[in-house]
Ligand binder design. Structure first.
Ligand code: FMN
Ligand code: COI
Length: 412
């Protein structure tokens, strides 16, 4: 049987992941599925949900369940949203446009990555082609994920572009001063295929261009070769090893500002009226800093286990973040390892306002483009709906801390 023949008719996110594993090229699959180093945090993001148990209530009328909620005041059909993931055209040629259209159909929030393979303008335009169905509650919502570039003019230019076309919040990623070390990408010499670009930087007026990206790669490779020559190594294998360190990681080193600090969050705050969500908070201390600086949202995230390996699973970090900002005017969201309706339920029970999906959206894209993303979103929404009914909750605000407990021992 060929790998492709092993595909399943998907009835869960795990099935979609399985299908992606048997159909995608190893280069793209490894880039998507990898975590950093030993991938301890990647595994723990999912495992930690299993350590939490549910406390359902019975004999309530659950014939009607309503999953609608709001994000920074915008109505959405459910608290299941789309995390930013770079380079979605690696999964399917329709890439970010397909995701935007599926988000519009699902009436949920999509965060577009700065490092998309479709421009911010084309992505939102694709989503807006979907007629809004007025029969069901909620509206599509698009937020933009921002990497702060060393070049602040380029950063501001990007902010102006996304403000202009209607993105409703900036999600500033703060856990990537350098790229985490994903071993499979190093081994595969991960590269974006030549016909794809980091589309937001293609524009002739952009300060950061594909040429800058490629120049950096070239420069890093030349430096590596010079070093080997100087050391008299000259062994092809070693050259390859050093080259392998140098594509995405070199780009991040060259462009992303590792000096980023709270004053830069304040700077972004000072130049835009868009609400700001800080993505990558894992501790109470940083949650307080974020609230003090006046951001509207905190996304508890460890970047899907792709940055610092060994940090807490996000569902384990969530309670301390929530406790730290209790009573403050800031929404708290979570991403990382959400794969089942009960995972969503547990995150909401602990106090998250919404959850964001990274890889499952990519698996949906790889499976069947826009339809695949719609399937991923609807499978999870159906699971949440059922989990709510079986736990005795008819609406999102019914889901409280009383519905979960840690571990399997009885509460004494
Ligand atoms: C392939 C891939 C690319 C990603 N690209 C970005 C990105 O460009 N910006 C960002 O802030 N986070 C990025 N992330 C992290 C996600 O936004 C999110 O934090 C993570 O995927 C959530 O975990 P999950 O994949 O288990 O759902 C990426 C994650 C993956 C898997
Ligand atoms: C930094 C980019 C390569 C995208 C990203 O955030 C990731 O791959 O996790």
């Amino acid at each position: 049987m060929s790998r492709k023949d092993q595909q399943l008719v998907p009835i869960s996110l795990t099935d979609l992941e399985h299908n992606a594993h048997v159909t995608m090229s190893i280069n793209a699959l490894d880039y998507y599925r990898s975590g950093a180093n030993e991938m301890q945090t990647l595994r723990d993001n999912q495992d930690a949900f299993s350590r939490i148990r549910l406390r359902p209530r019975i004999l309530r009328d659950v014939s009607k369940v309503d999953t609608t909620t709001t994000l920074l005041g915008h109505p959405v059909s459910s608290p299941i949203c789309i995390a930013p993931t770079a380079m979605q055209r690696l999964a399917n040629d329709a890439g970010e446009k397909a995701t935007a259209r599926a988000a519009a159909k699902a009436k949920t929030c999509m965060i577009l990555s700065s490092w998309s393979t479709t421009t911010a303008e084309d992505t939102i335009a694709a989503g807006r082609e979907i007629p809004v169905d007025t029969e069901t509650p909620g509206l599509p919502l698009y937020w933009f994920q921002l990497y702060v570039y060393k070049d602040r003019v380029a950063t501001e230019q990007l902010i102006r572009r996304v403000e202009k076309v209607g993105y409703k919040a900036l999600v500033i990623t703060v856990d990537t001063p350098f790229l985490g070390r994903r071993l499979a990408d190093v081994r595969n010499v991960f590269k974006l295929p030549p016909h794809m670009t980091m589309a937001n930087f293609e524009n002739k007026d952009s300060k950061v261009t594909m040429a800058t990206i490629l120049d950096q790669e070239e420069a890093a490779m030349e430096a590596a070769e010079a070093l080997l020559e100087k050391n008299g190594a000259g062994k092809k294998k070693e050259t390859r090893v050093i080259r392998q360190e140098s594509s995405l990681a070199a780009y991040v080193v060259s462009q992303i500002d590792p000096t980023l600090s709270w004053k830069d969050i304040a700077w972004v705050r000072s130049i835009t009226k868009l609400p700001i969500v800080v993505k990558g908070v894992l501790t109470a201390e940083d949650a307080i800093m974020a609230a003090n600086i006046g951001v509207e949202g905190i996304l508890v995230s460890n970047h899907g286990g792709r940055q610092l390996d060994g940090v807490l699973a996000t569902i384990d970090a969530l309670p301390e973040v929530l406790e730290a900002v209790r009573g403050r005017n800031v929404e708290v969201y979570l991403d990382g390892g959400v794969r089942k309706g009960t995972d969503v339920f547990k995150a909401l029970a602990l106090g998250a306002k919404a959850v964001f999906l990274g890889r499952p959206i990519l698996w949906g894209l790889a499976h069947d483009g826009e339809e695949g993303v719609s399937l991923a979103l609807s499978l999870l929404k159906q699971e949440l709906d059922l989990a709510m009914a079986l736990a005795g909750c008819c609406k999102i605000s019914d889901i409280t801390r009383d519905y979960v407990q840690y571990g399997h021992a009885a509460r004494l």
